[in-house]
Write a protein of this length. Structure first.
Length: 682
């Protein structure tokens, strides 16, 4: 009887082990299915592979030889690691709504440890994700232990044991073959392979970069200073000087009132990541003329071809040195990955190079200082320059790179952004609590950058008497409403809409009046970041064969229009909704256009920035504190805490037409509403 009970327990344990193995395999297959191709074949391949893999691990448990035990432990470790990676990949997909791609690899491995760590902690290794992942890993270990207990006491002779070992080993081989054929595994392998191939290309590029002979270049005039400030992750949509709702750019706001400064209204970055955008800006590569730099396909091979092609072009630093210009580069972005990151490689070709941080040994937030640390370094760099010679100073900011709350000092006052009035429904969504905080931190990082730019400008004005210009542009934009703020795979136009300013000294205006007039005349024209090189050659007057006047926005021959302006991948600027609106506003053959449901200050400012002068707004009649008011909002759940009178006060640019859609007008409140409207009208 006892023997029967023991056998029954053993059979029950074995059945439970098999059921859990099948459950584990189904779960793994589901995770892979969600981030791969969604068909039955794609589910059955990993399901079969996972069954064989975990089944072989358990089936080898009766063996006690050191070799087989070592093999079994290796398999068990692989199963646990595989469980960890598949769950993390699945959770990342749920969080971001797209599969881990080549551009993610660039974003991680071409950034420093600090940035990668904070991005991972914010989007991947969140407390919830870590908890779920470790629970699933614990389940994997439990299944292995349960299966080992179930099969360890099975009586088998030597031949059966050998056969079981052979079958288990074969199952492992088949599992690996099946997994290798799976879309997700193939993608992971090809992505990693693509990246490390690029690394080899980068290293070959870096080994010859400093020795690369630049084209012949000549600069006649002397005693000039050129300052280029490269920003980070700044989108003009969120800047007050471009119509943003929060007052976060007081210095840039003042630029519009001063004739020696120019605010470019329609500048775009070439790409949505730093490395391709900056390299494209500082080389003579152009999407308009160099077909190797873009393709209609956005796969890893296309990106790799585009990046590799840029290395064949002349660059701004080398051509300046060839023209006898002393070059200095100051960077508040780490020099980590100097042999892997061509921006760092380009930096080190300058005559005078300095990073605020030489390398990273830990992940402490204070290791990446706020951009104010660059100000004394700028003073020192100017001290080392010969004012009788021509000098170029490039300053690379950390700007508004995530995490935004580390881009300004701890005691810096936050921008007063009334989230409900700016964001409407999003501000009331409990699931978007992090977004509200992110919004304020991002606006504050832009304000701090505005102050840094003001200080840089004042320093240059104070230190230079001769011709000088200061050019600022951001490497790319940012769409923090997106789950992935600047990933090309989930492209939005906010990711490439960038700010761009230009200041001229009085001596420069007197020496080059035609250039200044052309820049001012062209300030509203489309400009793409890959044309910075031509703009620099035009502003400096460097004579070299790589210059194309039609792509220089400081020339009267500048020819870029919405119809021919393109970015990476052949993306056409004319498809930007803001450009479409601007082109159609005021045309006689186009019906009057009005922006619909403009119920937040953010949307109102963006509609105004696009040139729209007709708006539709939803209004509710409410009783508050014993008095009747009109509030902005479509329904009670989306009210923005925005009084309609305050809304009207924000129509500073005027309007041609305002459609007020009363959402709760009744016979009982109609007289009160009419009185309120008449009071506002008066």
């Amino acid at each position: 009887m006892l023997n029967y009970i023991a056998k029954a327990k053993q059979s029950l344990l074995a059945a439970a082990s098999i059921a859990m193995i099948l459950f584990w395999a189904a779960a793994q297959a589901f995770f892979m299915l969600r981030i791969g191709q969604r068909d039955f074949k794609e589910f059955m391949l990993p399901f079969t592979a996972c069954c064989l893999l975990l089944g072989a691990t358990v089936a080898l448990s009766p063996f006690h030889s050191k070799i087989i035990r070592f093999f079994r432990y290796m398999l068990a470790g692989f199963c646990i690691l595989f469980a960890f990676l598949s769950v993390i990949a699945y959770l990342y997909y749920r969080e971001q709504r797209y599969r881990f791609s080549y551009t993610d690899v660039l974003a991680f491995l071409q950034s420093d440890f600090y940035e990668s760590y904070y991005y991972s902690s914010a989007h991947i290794f969140t407390p919830r994700n870590i908890t779920f992942t470790f629970l699933f890993m614990a389940l994997t270990l439990l299944i292995i232990k349960l299966g080992a207990s179930a099969f360890a006491h099975i009586a088998m002779n030597l031949k059966r044991r050998i056969a079981l070992a052979a079958v288990s080993s074969a199952a492992v081989c088949v599992a690996f073959i099946l997994l290798a054929d799976h879309n997700v595994v193939k993608t992971a392998y090809s992505t990693s392979d693509d990246y490390f191939k690029d690394i080899r290309v980068f290293r070959e590029y870096n080994s010859t970069f400093k020795d690369q002979l630049a084209d012949a270049a000549y600069k006649k005039e002397k005693g000039e200073l050129y300052v280029i400030v490269i920003g980070e992750s700044a989108c003009r949509d969120y800047m007050h000087c471009y119509g943003g709702p929060a007052e976060n750019t007081p210095w840039a706001d003042a630029l519009r009132e001063q004739p020696d400064k120019v605010v470019f209204e329609n500048a775009y970055s070439y790409f949505s990541n730093t490395e391709p955008s900056v390299i494209a800006a500082l080389t003579d590569s152009r999407a308009l003329t160099d077909m190797l730099l873009w393709t209609d396909n956005k796969d890893s091979k296309s990106i790799r071809q585009g990046i590799a092609a840029i290395s064949k072009h002349q660059n701004l630093v080398s051509i300046s040195r060839r023209a006898g210009i002393h070059t200095a580069w100051l960077s508040n972005q780490t020099s980590w990955g100097i042999w892997d990151n061509r921006v760092s490689s380009l930096t080190n070709t300058a005559d005078d190079t300095q990073f605020t941080i030489s390398n990273l040994h830990s992940l402490r937030a204070e290791l990446l200082p706020s951009d104010g640390v660059l100000l004394p370094l700028i003073e020192q760099a100017l001290d080392r320059m010969d004012p009788s010679n021509n000098n170029l100073l490039v300053v690379h900011l950390a700007g508004s790179h995530a995490p935004y709350y580390h881009r300004y000092p701890n005691d810096y006052s936050l921008v007063n952004a009334d989230e409900p009035k700016h964001l409407g429904r999003l501000a009331r969504d409990r699931n978007k609590e992090n977004l509200k905080n992110t919004y304020q931190h991002y606006l504050t990082s832009i304000k701090y950058t505005d102050e840094v730019l003001k200080s840089i400008h004042e320093t240059v004005m104070r230190r230079i008497d001769g011709p000088a210009f200061l050019l600022y542009f951001s490497d790319h934009g940012e769409d923090f409403f997106s789950e992935s703020p600047h990933n090309w795979e989930v492209f939005t136009w906010q990711m490439v809409r960038i700010p761009m300013f230009l200041w001229f000294s009085q001596a420069y205006q007197e020496r080059y009046p035609d250039k200044v007039r052309s820049v001012q005349a062209n300030r509203e024209k489309i400009f793409t970041g890959d044309l910075v090189y031509d703009l620099y050659l035009g502003l400096t007057g460097i004579e070299t064969k790589g210059y194309t006047e039609e792509y220089d926005i400081s020339s009267e021959k500048y020819c870029l229009t919405p119809e021919n302006a393109i970015l990476f991948g052949g993306k056409q600027v004319k498809t930007d909704p803001g450009v479409i609106a601007a082109q159609n506003i005021g045309l006689e053959h186009v019906p009057a256009l009005a922006a619909h449901r403009v119920n937040t200050l953010f949307k109102l400012k963006q509609a105004q920035a696009s040139g729209l002068r007709r708006f539709e707004v939803d209004i509710w009649h409410e009783e508050s504190g014993g008095r009747s008011i009109l509030s902005v909002g479509h329904d009670p759940e989306s009210m923005a805490d925005l009084n309609f009178s305050e809304y009207l006060g924000q129509l500073a640019r005027g309007f041609d037409f305002l459609w007020m859609d009363m959402k709760n007008l009744t016979e009982e409140n109609s007289d009160t509403v009419l009185v309120l409207l008449n009071d506002l009208d008066a």
